[in-house]
Write a protein that binds this ligand. Structure first.
Ligand SMILES: Cc1ncc(COP(=O)(O)O)c(C=O)c1O
Length: 393
């Protein structure tokens, strides 16, 4: 067998990789499975996006390579949306990079900035593309445990100065998956200032910028003075428009940083399907008619989840953003054991905190990806497992 590269050998398993197979097995045995695992809602995308995709698919020019430029109308729709949503002026040709989902851009970016001996700060629990990208680039991950003590924020003062001097990339994601934490503006100001001092690229993952409740409006990192010099922000249609499978996102950054990502991508892909980019235009343009109602659906699911999991004996706070509850477990129950029992005995899929890295142990994540009724039923089943495991302690 040909030898594998060291960087591949140290990669952990991707947490969601085995769940579809497990689900199939259970469904085959007649189990009524409730899947609150992946952040992948059962809701429909905007009808205008579906129509635009169908129409574009029938247009021969849309079926050709998109290359790095892609569909200029998609870039322009993104620039108009960034202006409308955050009040930012962004050049559609030089400051936006269309992506095949934001995960693609986030993980590929590391290839340009990391190398042996150079550190990427990875908040954990966190989205797995940060560590995956850093490790595939042979960079050195520095895992920072997100805990309640810092309100699940990365406090750069906790990190040794020597480490910071070797750091090239800091990954931040607020509103946060999986903790649902949000970042106050003064925190973002401090981080941007530190990244400028230390010459660190701030990768700001804003995949949940539109899934916010109770009047909270998440900012763009570019609303913070000085961010243009050091930050790249990632956006996605996946969660905002229920378009996870379409693979449609983008990054925003200065022309210098954007051109770095464009160059990496020019060697690994040839652009997203342009019909999907045309659908992206339709989605962005349907923001006012689609997004508020979609967010209201998630809010109703959140309220049902908070109420039902609390009634089932868990302690959970109502998150102001994202599609997740991050629920602590009693000390004697590990998250892996809890999730395993829950799927095997009750047919409910949740994500054990340990799947998200070092700081994730002691919690599990619930996604609001199905109806309030099914979420309530899942909470009752989870409560039964909690009781069983607590009695057994
Ligand atoms: C924090 C975060 N960033 C990025 C993504 C990736 O989204 P996309 O579908 O655009 O690749 C996800 C998806 O779950 C996520 O949770």
């Amino acid at each position: 067998m040909p030898q594998l590269a060291g960087r591949f050998r140290t990669l952990p398993e991707y947490p969601l990789a085995t769940i579809p197979q497990k689900k199939r097995e259970l469904i085959g045995r007649g189990v009524d499975v409730i899947d609150l695992g992946a952040g992948d809602a059962d809701l429909a995308p905007p009808p205008a996006a579906v129509e635009a995709l169908a129409k574009a698919a029938h247009t021969p020019a849309m079926n050709r390579y998109g290359f790095g430029l892609g569909l200029v109308a998609y870039r322009e729709a993104i620039a108009a949306w960034m202006q409308k949503r955050f009040g930012l002026r962004v050049n559609p040709l030089t400051e936006i990079v269309p992506l095949i989902g934001s995960k693609e851009g986030i993980s590929h970016l590391a290839l340009a900035y990391l190398e042996p001996g150079r550190i990427g700060i990875i908040p954990e629990p966190g989205y797995n593309a940060y560590q995956g990208g850093a490790m595939l680039a042979s960079g050195q991950p520095y895992r920072y445990a997100l805990r309640p003590r810092t309100n699940f924020l990365v406090d750069l003062d906790d990190i040794p100065e020597e480490t910071l001097r070797q750091t090239r990339v800091l990954y931040l994601n607020y509103p946060n998956n999986p903790t649902a934490a949000i970042a106050p503006r003064d925190y973002l100001e401090r981080v941007v200032a530190r990244c400028r001092e230390l010459d660190i690229l701030l990768v700001y993952d804003n995949a949940y910028s539109e899934l916010a409740f109770d009047g909270y409006v998440p900012p763009s990192i570019f609303e913070i003075d000085g961010a243009r010099d050091v930050a790249i922000e990632f956006h996605s249609l996946s969660k905002t428009y229920n378009m996870t499978g379409w693979r449609c996102g983008w990054s925003v950054a200065s022309p210098e940083i954007s051109s770095v990502l464009t160059k990496v991508k020019s060697f690994v892909d040839t652009g997203a399907f342009m019909a999907v980019q045309a659908a992206g235009v339709a989605a962005l343009e349907s923001y006012d008619s689609f997004v508020p109602a979609n967010v209201a659906t998630f809010r109703a699911r959140r309220d049902a989840a908070v109420e039902a999991f609390t009634a089932a004996g868990f302690s959970c706070e109502s998150p102001r953003a994202t599609m997740y509850l991050w629920i602590p477990l009693p000390e004697h129950i590990t998250s892996g054991e809890f999730a395993q029992f829950l799927i095997e005995e009750e047919g409910v899929v949740v994500m054990p905190g340990s799947n998200f890295g070092v700081g994730g142990e002691g919690y599990f994540r619930v996604s609001f990806v199905t109806s309030p009724e099914r979420i309530r039923e899942a909470a009752v089943r989870a409560g039964r497992v909690l009781t069983r495991l607590s009695v057994g302690a």
